[in-house]
Design a protein around this ligand. Structure first.
Ligand SMILES: NC(=O)c1ccc[n+]([C@@H]2O[C@H](COP(=O)([O-])OP(=O)(O)OC[C@H]3O[C@@H](n4cnc5c(N)ncnc54)[C@H](O)[C@@H]3O)[C@@H](O)[C@H]2O)c1
Length: 253
């Protein structure tokens, strides 16, 4: 599907991979709405790219519904929806003192998995009202899993489960949306240089980089933004999750 002239909605667009995606889609001619909880960064990026910032929590269905309706009213329904909002906490299932991490598990699923589902449902509800493009498409939804979907490390039970859920729902959603001409796919990033990773000590980052065969470095957020654009532009890519990881495979810890 051609990006130029479309509206795009990018969640988590105030930072990291989402911000790079918002810039890349703008560069290719889309009008971009950023949905995030980070007001100052979101407003600043929206003014840089001449887009729209909406402060909303992806885990709240009513906030996502209202955000999608606002995009329809102000920019026209988004033909491109990109899910980048997410959190990446780590915790043992049973801690040293015997405490459990069930609340953290629930919160991780609520933001990463239910949040992605909320955005897919409401974005598709609005896309279905659009006329099909020259390629018979009404829209494309790209979501963000993680290589932890397949290589979950020690402490990543909640995170890996949330990302595995995203990967698992791509096929059934693509099958359901086929009749509406809406594609649905996910990217499973390896280790990218974003604020989520910047907090790590140097020796941890060095260890991570040593596990990436080629190119032996962290991924650049722009490479993620390019992948989103490539998925949108390739009509045959549907119902799947693509690893973008320099051939990295994560060890147990
Ligand atoms: N950076 C990596 O190496 C990496 C690797 C694999 C997967 N990912 C995934 O990519 C996505 C983006 O990560 P990033 O590295 O850019 O992180 P980031 O922390 O830089 O950006 C995440 C953004 O999501 C927003 N957000 C968080 N919770 C939200 C909520 N409930 N509602 C709305 N917005 C919310 C944050 O405010 C932030 O702006 C995440 O889903 C993450 O799990 C990142």
């Amino acid at each position: 599907m051609e990006i130029k002239g479309t509206t795009a909605l990018v969640t988590g667009g105030a930072s990291g991979l989402g911000a790079a995606t918002a810039r890349e889609l703008t560069r290719r001619g889309a009008k971009v709405a950023i949905l995030d909880l980070s007001y100052d960064k979101g407003e600043a990026l929206a003014s840089e790219i001449d887009g729209l910032y909406i402060n909303a929590d992806v885990s709240s269905e009513s906030e996502v519904a209202a955000a999608v309706d606002r995009v329809v009213a102000e920019l026209g329904a988004a033909r491109i929806a990109v899910n980048c909002a997410g959190i990446g906490p780590a915790a043992r299932v049973v801690g040293r003192e015997g405490e459990l991490s069930i609340d953290l598990f629930r919160r991780t699923i609520a933001v990463n998995l239910t949040g992605t589902y909320n955005v897919i449902s409401h974005a598709a509800r609005a896309m279905r009202e659009l006329e099909p493009t020259a390629t018979d498409e009404r829209g494309v939804v790209v979501s963000t899993a993680s290589i932890a979907w397949q290589d979950g490390q020690y402490g990543q039970a909640a995170y890996a489960a949330s990302k595995g859920g995203i990967a698992s729902m791509m096929l059934p959603i693509a099958r359901e949306f086929a009749r509406s001409g809406i594609r649905c796919a996910a990217i499973a990033p390896g280790l990218f240089h974003t604020p989520m990773m910047e907090g790590l000590p140097d020796d941890v980052t060095e260890k991570i980089v040593s596990q990436v065969p080629f190119p032996a470095r962290l991924g650049a957020p722009e490479e993620f933004g390019t992948m989103v654009a490539q998925i949108v532009e390739n009509p045959y890519l549907n119902g799947t999750t693509v690893r973008l990881d320099g051939a990295a495979r994560l060890p147990p810890r």
